[in-house]
Ligand binder design. Structure first.
Ligand SMILES: [Zn+2]
Length: 368
């Protein structure tokens, strides 16, 4: 028995961004707030979108921080209030989309910024049209938004049905300008989303199918997109992989690799994708021991077994210069017990098929 509900309209394809005005016209949005990452302001994508939308755009908000803050969300809500907005168009990576999704709900539900991170009932939001410019976060198809409170040093995942964008406009051409370093850390996150789904207790036949296809596409195309940024076929397939993995984890949540990553990011500043990838190889093998179905999934993805998949994952990381050891991360091995302890706290660790004790997690980390 399972349930699968995914309420996002998806428009996908090279050049589809030139149809953005038709999307707005069909919904009759005449007062739009555009939220853009600074990189898309600089490279002309936001200008192109604003030109297409013309008079509909009432304000453009930029300067969204890499880990979007309450202040960023507040600025977007202010613009929505000032212009009595109909919709928000979010252009950028996870940060611009996450900030816009949180703002869209805060605006409609009248949630004050000081209460936002404690709020857990997101039921209504202004429509969000999400336009991803990296392949990885998949915020365009998920009901999650991660917002930080800088003063309190908090980073909180907000989750609720109203946080799904209304429309995802996924144009792989927009990722052609994504630099190799960003392609690597966001692209490896696609695999961490897909493989975490397969290792989630909430997996179901639909999420498995999406995650297997996403994994196969990411394994086959990530290195090509990293080494040849203008490789259109690779970029196309990665955009698709990211979206499919997002649709999968929107249903199952993430599991072991993500739970182990949060402390590495919040305490040591390791980028999200690299932090998840640090233990993904180990978690997939551990989960395959607990549930042999994962051996078949590994074969469906194109490997002999879970161990071979895990080795290929590490080879990919090595080729892209991602951290393999604690020494690479610049983290002392004396911190391992604390990292194991912190890894057990996030709710998504309970999602993991294999339930490990603290000592077992220490054992896993000591092999790094
Ligand atoms: Zn992730």
């Amino acid at each position: 028995m399972f349930n699968f509900h995914h309420p996002v309209e998806i428009k996908f394809g090279e050049g589809i961004i030139s149809q953005i005005n038709e999307v707005a016209e069909a919904k009759d949005y005449s007062r739009i707030i555009v939220v853009s990452s600074n990189s898309q302001m600089k490279n002309g994508t936001t200008e192109f979108i604003n030109t297409q939308l013309g008079e509909r755009v009432k304000a453009t908000v930029s300067d969204i921080e890499p880990n979007p803050t309450l202040q960023n969300v507040g600025t977007i809500v202010d613009a929505m209030n000032q212009h009595n907005a109909h919709a928000v168009v979010a252009v950028g990576g996870g940060s611009a989309m996450d900030a816009s999704k949180a703002a869209a709900a805060a605006y409609m539900q009248g949630i004050a910024m000081e209460d936002l991170l404690e709020h857990d009932d997101f039921t209504r939001a202004l429509p969000v049209i999400a336009i991803p410019t990296t392949s990885g976060s998949a915020s365009e198809v998920t009901a999650a938004s991660i917002i930080s409170d800088k003063e309190k040093e908090l980073k909180v995942p907000l989750i609720g049905p109203a946080l799904y964008p209304q429309t995802a406009v996924v144009d792989p051409e927009l990722t052609l300008t994504c630099p190799p370093g960003v392609t690597a850390v966001s692209g490896i996150d696609i695999l961490c989303h897909a493989l975490d789904c397969l290792g989630s207790v909430k997996h179901n036949p639909v999420s498995d199918a999406l995650a297997i296809r996403a994994s196969k596409l990411a394994f086959e195309n990530l290195l090509a997109a990293y080494t040849e940024p203008s490789n259109r076929e690779a970029r196309n397939n990665l955009s698709l992989a990211s979206m499919l993995a997002g649709m999968a984890f929107s249903q199952t949540g993430t599991s072991g690799s993500h739970a182990t990553s949060y402390y590495l990011t919040s305490h040591y500043g390791v980028p999200h994708g690299e932090a998840c990838a640090f233990t993904m190889d180990a978690w997939f093998v551990i989960n395959a021991e607990a549930n042999p179905e994962l051996q078949q999934h590994a074969r469906d993805i194109g490997f002999d077994d879970a161990e071979a998949l895990s080795e290929a994952f590490n080879a990919l990381k090595r080729e892209m210069g991602l951290a393999m050891t604690f020494e690479d991360l610049g983290i002392s091995r004396e911190d391992i017990p604390q990292i194991a302890e912190e890894s057990m706290q996030p709710a998504n660790m309970k999602n993991n098929i294999a339930q490990l004790s603290k000592d077992e997690i220490i054992g896993m980390l000591e092999k790094k």
